[in-house]
Design a protein around this ligand. Structure first.
Ligand code: UAG
Ligand code: ATP
Length: 507
């Protein structure tokens, strides 16, 4: 595509050096990803300054460079006269605006729905994707579990765990549009908002799940974390708000000016949609839906009260897209959730392994409460300290689980550059009685899973929490392939066999 840089109206620019137009076929913000006809965005980061990699990007074929530091940009413009240099105040903002332009404002050709909150973003995104698609609005999704159009999983080299960088995001919107999806639902993390990845997107609907302490390793204070999350609603036409969340829900309910649907798990709440009489069944959950003065019976193939809250937010989203409540309710029994969230794997001898990504104390507490509603003999719970997250959170996970399970296995997820043993030590400080015989420690997620499975007997539930992002464990800068499912299936294959009477045995 030929880009006439001096005619870009949506990208705020201070100055342009060199040729005013270029043939562009690729966008990047990492010099090592530059190739022929690339535009390179040089950003100052936490560790490095992208301006120091401009020459590398040019050597690899970049034909245009955005930067904010004139001390770098002007001398390079003189040294590389064939390359276009664009001096801007804010490179992240420029990257978001330019990407939107480059991918022909695809975000405006489809509906965009953003989900934010501490817990439940992935789950809500999956429910919304599934529900809207069932209702006849093919919807793609973007988040921690990957990128999926309404019909298939798409393969991208992800640059971030949850919310992609702006240039990837607009590329994905464009792909959804080309695949004839009518909407995109995406998880919007607080970090993404802070790093301006969603700048310039006008969301049709923003969904709020809840807020509790998280990502303090990045934000420093809870106030900054909350402030970032609230910003999403400044760029949304309509909103779905959880009134049960007194911190963020009440604030949003007071300040949000557009159309909104509020939701609550308390039938007495003033919310627009509410759930009551929640009952766990063998195949999911049944509840009464209070909406517009009526009470409707609803069944959903999901487990856990918090997932009923997540379903309510999906219902609110569908209502804001113009669907009638009767159509929505009739689609609910078919709704699908994401992988690794209350995902049940049946083992031999009526054992059940439940994989759940709960990795905050709040999520863990709620999860265990829900699991205890199921029938089982003994409960084995694995928790993990996540090396790439807040160390202060680790003891709180131990504190949350102590006394609530028959066996507790403590392990490590994504050690990053930390020593696994230090992570374990940090988690263990949260137990009152760390030496208790039912508390076990292992140094890798794989060992933790195997230990938990070995502790399980007939009719037990083995709850494996925390989780693995993108099928890998992050160890010292490397992505080490890892699959919980593979480990579990191999374990059951190796330990169970049919004896001569045809009965299954577990050794
Ligand atoms: C900790 C953090 O916020 N990191 C983000 C940050 O990187 P940084 O500031 O450390 O970058 P840096 O290494 O200092 O490099 C600065 C610049 O130089 C460039 N560079 C660097 C080296 C080189 O050889 N060439 C080169 O061009 C880099 O591409 C970068 O643009 O800026 C980068 C560019 O915008 C982000 O991609 C990167 O996200 C990393 C991948 C990341 O893991 N982020 C996590 C914390 C994150 O965003 N998580 C959230 C929430 C997850 C959840 O759901 O809980 C998410 O939305 O994924
Ligand atoms: N509405 C909710 N309230 C509290 N806990 C929840 C809620 N929804 C899900 N959870 C718990 O949090 C875990 C993570 O859920 P989910 O992956 O949907 O959240 P998330 O916000 O996407 O987290 P992340 O971005 O870190 O992946 C679930 O496995 C469940 O245990």
């Amino acid at each position: 595509m030929i880009i006439q840089f001096d005619q870009l109206t949506n990208v705020p620019m201070k100055n342009i050096y060199g040729p005013k137009s270029q043939h562009v076929s690729h966008l990047c913000f990492h010099s090592k990803r530059a190739k022929e006809s690339s535009v390179f965005f040089s950003m100052k980061g936490k560790e490095k300054d992208g301006h120091h990699y401009i020459e590398e990007a040019i050597e690899r074929g970049a034909v245009a460079v955005f930067g904010s530091n004139p001390d770098n940009i002007i001398p390079f413009a003189e040294k590389y006269p064939a390359c276009t240099f664009l001096l801007v105040d804010d490179v992240r903002r420029a990257m978001a605006c330019f990407s939107k332009f480059y991918y022909q404002n695809s975000d405006e050709k489809i509906r965009t729905i953003g989900v934010t909150g501490t817990n439940g973003k992935t789950t809500v995104a999956a429910y919304v994707k599934s529900l809207l698609t069932l209702l006849g609005l093919p919807t793609g999704s973007i988040g921690t579990t990957g990128i999926e159009s309404s019909r298939k999983k798409l393969v991208y080299k992800k640059s971030t765990p949850t919310t992609p960088e702006s240039l990837d995001l607009h590329h994905i919107f464009n792909d959804f549009y080309k695949l004839e999806d009518g909407a995109a639902v995406m998880e919007v993390s607080s970090i993404a908002i802070d790093q301006q990845r969603v700048d310039g997107i006008r969301f049709d609907t923003a969904i709020h799940t809840n807020i509790s302490e998280e990502h303090l390793e990045y934000h420093g204070t809870f106030e900054h974390y909350l402030e970032c999350k609230l910003k999403l609603f400044d760029q949304a036409e309509t909103a779905v708000i959880n009134l049960d969340d007194s911190v963020m829900g009440e604030e949003l309910n007071r300040t949000f000016k557009g159309s909104k649907v509020t939701y609550s798990l308390s039938p007495d709440s003033p919310a627009d949609i509410k759930a009551g009489n929640i009952e766990t069944t063998a195949s999911g959950t049944a509840f009464d839906l209070y909406v517009g003065g009526a009470v409707l019976k609803v069944t959903v193939p999901v487990f856990g009260d918090y997932n009923v809250a997540n379903i309510l937010s999906a219902i609110g989203t569908a209502m804001l897209q113009g669907y009638k409540i009767e159509e929505i309710v009739s689609a609910l029994p078919e709704v699908k959730g994401p992988e690794g969230r209350f995902e049940i794997i049946e083992g031999p001898d009526r054992q059940r392994v439940i994989l759940d990504y709960a990795h905050t104390p709040v999520a863990l507490a709620k999860l265990v409460k829900e699991v205890k509603k199921l029938e089982y003999d003994r409960l084995i719970v694995m928790i993990a300290g996540i090396g790439i997250r807040d160390f202060n959170k680790m003891p709180k996970m131990a504190e949350t689980i102590e006394g609530k399970a028959d066996e507790i296995v403590v392990t490590v997820d994504h050690p990053g550059y930390n020593e696994p043993v230090e992570i374990i030590d940090q988690v263990m400080t949260g137990f009152d009685t760390p030496e208790a015989p039912n508390i076990h420690t292992t140094l890798t997620r794989k060992e933790g899973i195997l230990q938990s499975l070995k502790l399980g007997g007939p009719t037990d539930i083995i709850l494996l929490t925390s989780g693995c992002i993108n099928g890998a464990q992050l160890v010292k800068g490397e992505e080490v392939p890892h699959s919980d499912r593979e480990i579990i299936e191999n374990f059951f294959r190796l330990t169970s066999y049919k004896d001569s009477s045809g009965q299954s045995c577990v050794s």
